[in-house]
Ligand binder design. Sequence first.
Ligand code: GTP
Ligand code: SPV
Ligand code: MN
Length: 581
Amino acid sequence: MSTKLPALAQWVEEVAALTRPDNIQWCDGSQQEYEGLVDLMKASGDLKELNQETHPGCYLHLSDPSDVARVEHLTFVCTEKAEDAGPNNNWMDPSEARQKMDELFEGSMEGRTLYVVPYCMGPVDSPLARCGVEITDSPYVVANMRLMTRMGSAALARIEREGSFVKGLHCTGDLDPDRRFIMHFPESLTIMSFGSGYGGNALLGKKCHALRIASYQARQEGWLAEHMLIVGIEDPQGQVSYVAAAFPSQCGKTNLAMLIPPASQEGWKVWTVGDDICWMHVGEDGQLWAINPEAGFFGVAPGTGEDTNPNALAMLDRDAIFTNVGVTSSNEPWWEGKSDERPARNWRGADYDDGAGPAAHPNSRFTVSIKRCPSYSDQAEAPQGVPISAIVFGGRRERLVPLVMEAKDWQHGVLLGASMASETTAAATGAVGVVRRDPMAMKPFCGYNFADYFAHWLTVGEKASRAPKVFHVNWFRKDENGRFMWPGFGENMRVLRWIVGRCRGEVGAQDTAIGLLPSPEDLDVTGLDLAPETLEALLSLDQAGWQQELSEIGSYLESYGERLPAELAAQQRRVAEALQA
Ligand code: GTP
Ligand code: SPV
Ligand code: MN
């Protein structure tokens, strides 16, 4: 196989001349090809077979211990002008970055196979989908791309028809963290990633293309590329409302995307469209229409249990790749929160020792096709996408931030998103548990200046005559003993119902300085073991705390200088003044 598209053939030739692989393999996305890759990785030790009786088609991959998460400090956006990348990104001059990467890639695939991986982000027949080609020397990357994207012949046919594609060049290298860079060149739709085999650094269709490059294109073309899950919420009468929600990494998107409503929420159902990335366009009807550009999950393993996320467990007993989890004595995958069983080996492949840290790495992951999800939506492949009724922002905030609130209008909603903050997690290397501003959960993923991004969000609201309502949630408030105050997981359905009810004008809210909050009686808490004082606290407004918060938000927004849209500054002032009243 090769291609009839000269631009693609030429790029592959150029890369091969630079990296000097022993072989070139064009990937067609077939099952046979996948099995061949698995056999190759079993032979090399890259994959270990898990218990094939209980987990047919499931494998374990253990990463180099220095390569288990995204590396934000080594991730760059290389635009001609530094201001275009903005203070939210690391920037490098494109020609300097190019030269640096060419030096690293030079001869880097000697003795290895170069895989050409054509992929389509979004349903192959969708006008909203976009294609790319990843060149990689990692069979693990190819296998994951097959599970996570529409990869192979159909994507290549579309690329040949359209003539354009995002170029992603990846090489595993020697995994030396000092020779690791994830470079983005949005102006030439190019990605170069060297020295990591980890998901977000190496599966270039995901964060690199579908968020950083796509967000840049989306601004030019008038749409949105977001770090959001997409779900359909079906009421007992069978009416479905679609919600898109942006939470930072490891803050609950996958869990919310496949939530099972508890027995108390009789008749309600949740349908999964996507769990991590959402592309939204303004339709002719003035609504936002969303597709999930991905075709699979790269989900967080720890915390996934029968009581928290049974839908995820149900899809993980076959045809899945597990990265950096532990195993039981019967060679089944294991992680903290999965079961009470004692693991036999940890993610380093060593015998499990209670005192030597968790068995599964805190950022251990599973890769599986979305079609295996029991709540997979029958609209997930719809070429036009699904109409979004509500956009929800949220993060991990131990204190202050209420369980749920609604923005007064779109502009206020943009402020809620832009001023989001969350405790950092193990999804990226560095400190965990530090509160940082993470606008729209896009801090690590926006491919351009956040000031321009906020302006773009405001513009989209002007174009969309039937723009969704905007909300903010926080499942992670803690009490003075450090315990979560809200039960979370399936019980989040109660909050989703309030959100859907607000969209349909069916439930009440109190108007406050920071937004519209439910009164305790507006939320259905029947059958919930929740003290009335706790609910009260989750829904109350701490005036002094919020004054302080708004002042911090003001300073944060000011850090974007002249480029910050005046409307956003005005929104901050409006809320700050309302809090003084
Ligand atoms: P990325 O894949 O990194 O973008 O993460 P994500 O946003 O999809 O996060 P995910 O749903 O995988 O959840 C991350 C962690 O948060 C897991 O350990 C979950 O068990 C935990 N979590 C999810 N939802 C809730 C919740 O409602 N309450 C609490 N306390 N924890 C939750
Ligand atoms: C995240 O970190 O937000 C993820 C996992 O979804 S990764 O693909 O590694 O970025
Ligand atoms: Mn993510």
